[in-house]
Ligand binder design. Structure first.
Ligand SMILES: [Zn+2]
Length: 282
């Protein structure tokens, strides 16, 4: 039996990707169940519901997956906040996972030097990934409009950050240069650095992080343009795989005036250019 209500939903796809979708769902307000044919969605919670629903629906579908889909409460379904509906393991479970990795590395997790390592690693993870628990849009919400007609570029250069690549969980370290062209309002400059930090404290790829920072500033502040350049080194390249120390990756995202007007873009690139000379100091 299907209700004609639409719920915003989060799908957890095997392999760890997340996607959002709205689908017609069964009439279960808290534990919404639905189907999606092109992806295999893994049920982490409500397994009982998943299997009963599968039995009910799979007949005649010839191997198509019938899957559990999680409901989300509000419109905050975009990538700005953590997906609260994913079940979070307990601290003990997280520590046990670190212990497993220590064994996998070939060491004895019970020897003196390692016995507190799982605790320390889990604590460090809380810091490394604290960006999942804060909404970067909220950071930019407070703006100032008394700017005496200021309509030049506001740029923040050399914002240092530490992040982790989502493919290897290896450290990424670098700096971001962020600028916008105000349209009647500005934001406290430290807030730009804070947005960089919040996105850095998640599992990232540099291209995505660059776009997320630019898009967030653009959508909250609604300026005439946004420019973000990130220069970073990735330990997954320098210390494993192809082993190429000294390689710096540069990504940029230009929106509005920075994309459309070459003079504005050039002005921004000039503003950040002194740091380009120091690129090797990363
Ligand atoms: Zn990597």
């Amino acid at each position: 039996m299907r209700a004609a209500a639409q719920y915003p939903l989060v799908l957890e796809i095997e392999g760890g990707l997340s996607a959002s979708a709205s689908v017609l769902t069964a009439s279960l307000p808290e534990q919404v169940v639905g189907t999606r044919r092109d992806v295999r969605v893994r049920a982490k919670r409500h397994k009982r519901l998943d299997s009963s629903f599968s039995q009910d629906r799979t007949s005649g579908q010839k191997g198509r997956n019938v899957n559990l889909i999680y409901p989300q409460e509000s419109a905050r379904l975009n990538t700005n906040t953590i997906n609260d509906s994913l079940s979070r393991p307990s601290r003990e479970e997280a520590e046990a996972a670190v212990r497993t990795l220590l064994l996998w590395a070939g060491d004895d997790p019970d020897r003196e030097g390692l016995c507190d390592t799982p605790k320390r690693v889990v604590k460090a993870y809380e810091e490394f990934f604290s960006g999942y628990h804060q909404d970067p849009e909220e950071v930019l919400r407070r703006t100032f409009e008394e700017i005496e007609g200021y309509d030049e570029i506001v740029a923040l250069r050399d914002i240092r950050f530490e992040s982790h690549c989502e493919h290897h969980m290896a450290p990424i370290s670098g700096k971001a240069h962020v600028a916008y062209l105000p349209d009647q309002r500005v934001v406290g400059i430290s807030k730009l650095a804070r947005v960089v930090e919040l996105y850095a404290r998640r599992l990232q790829i540099q291209e995505k992080m660059t776009a997320q920072i630019a898009n967030t500033i653009n959508s909250v502040l609604r300026p005439k343009g946004v420019a973000v350049v990130i220069e970073a080194t990735h330990q997954c390249i320098t210390s494993r795989g192809v082993h190429k120390p000294g390689v710096t990756m540069v990504t940029s995202r230009m929106l509005g005036a920075f994309r459309e007007e070459s003079t504005t873009r050039r002005e921004f690139l000039t503003l950040i250019s002194p740091s380009n000379a120091n690129i090797t100091s990363l």
